[in-house]
Write a protein of this length. Structure first.
Length: 319
């Protein structure tokens, strides 16, 4: 789930879930939770996957609750009542889900989807950690009772920041041959390619940026998978007609689900390749061992002949 899709998903979650009542929390695994809401019109669910390739999306799957919910799951059930807003950090894959508790006290459920492993952190109104999915000592010291701090972020420009600065940076990147640098966030290879296509069609950077901002502000996304030069990627929007080179999805959650399924398939292929390599190496060693055993067996295949030779040698030695 790249940063562009992450930002779009936060916008969609704000539009669909803001004001919803939290009914249930189900923890499916050590790093995966489902928040079940009543929106006032229907039941809806948000799934947060912190282990492996982190991401979050709306899901319609049925997830039965375990007989004994884990510690963090029980805590969320006890503390959270209504989701008031959803807001993503502009420069990183971090989203804040602002809740009120049983007595209207504020809570911030922070989902971090960066690094080797994501996390879910419950923060109280004073900015201190109540508890979290994965406790971490060290530089950030993510432990209960500690003040929550965002990770250090590289100095970048927000795609939704100052227009003039962005245009200058994009023009410089275009002159150098590509827009896929890390000076602007959110950005992805697919979005960089989409902006390049729009430029080739004669659109100005100002017009392109305005169009992107309008789409995010309105939350009217057109999720799709695009392919170019042997590559493929996911986009929450389109700036030009792709024809048959694009695959559209019903919504962002369907796009995210497809992306996670592909990652899972690729992981399975990687695992199969690694296992095949190990098996090949072990088989080679086994073949050598079998050859050695066969050679030894050949040398010991005529025990009677060796006995007679031994007797003759012994008889000659005694003369």
């Amino acid at each position: 789930m790249d940063s562009v899709i992450f930002q779009a998903m936060a916008v969609e979650a704000q539009r669909k879930f803001s004001g919803s009542r939290l009914d249930k929390v189900v923890q499916l695994s050590a790093g995966t939770l489902v928040l079940k809401f009543w929106t006032g019109r229907e039941k809806a669910q948000l799934l947060f996957k912190a282990d492996g390739k982190a991401g979050f999306y709306q899901t319609r799957e049925v997830y039965p609750a375990p007989a004994r919910p884990p510690r963090f799951c029980q805590l969320l059930r006890a503390r959270l009542r209504r989701l008031t807003s959803v807001q993503a950090e502009p420069l990183d894959r971090v989203v804040h889900l602002h809740f009120t508790g049983p007595d209207q006290e504020p809570y911030d459920l922070v989902f971090e989807a960066f690094g080797a492993r994501g996390n879910l952190v419950l923060v109280d109104g004073a900015g201190r950690i109540v508890d979290l999915l994965f406790r971490e000592e060290g530089k950030r010291n993510l432990m209960p009772g500690e003040r929550y701090r965002l990770p250090e972020q590289k100095q970048r420009l927000s795609l939704f920041g100052d227009m003039r600065e962005l245009v200058v940076v994009l023009q410089a990147a275009e002159e150098q041959g590509g827009l896929e640098g890390d000076d602007i966030a959110p950005m992805s290879p697919a979005l960089a390619h989409e902006i390049t296509r729009a430029r080739q069609a004669g659109q100005s950077f100002s017009a392109i940026l305005t169009r992107i901002r309008d789409i995010f502000h309105a939350g009217r996304f057109t999720p799709m998978r695009v392919t170019w030069n042997g590559q493929s990627g996911f986009l929450p929007l389109t700036l030009s007609d792709h024809g048959d080179a694009a695959e559209e999805f019903a919504d962002l959650s369907a796009l995210v689900t497809a992306g996670l399924a592909e990652q899972k398939e690729e992981s399975a292929k990687d695992l199969a390749a690694r296992l095949a390599k190990v098996i090949k190496k072990q088989r080679k060693r086994l073949d050598k061992r079998l050859e050695h055993i066969a050679a030894e067996s050949e040398r010991q295949a005529e025990p009677e002949r060796f006995r007679i030779i031994g007797d003759l040698l012994l008889a000659n030695l005694q003369r």
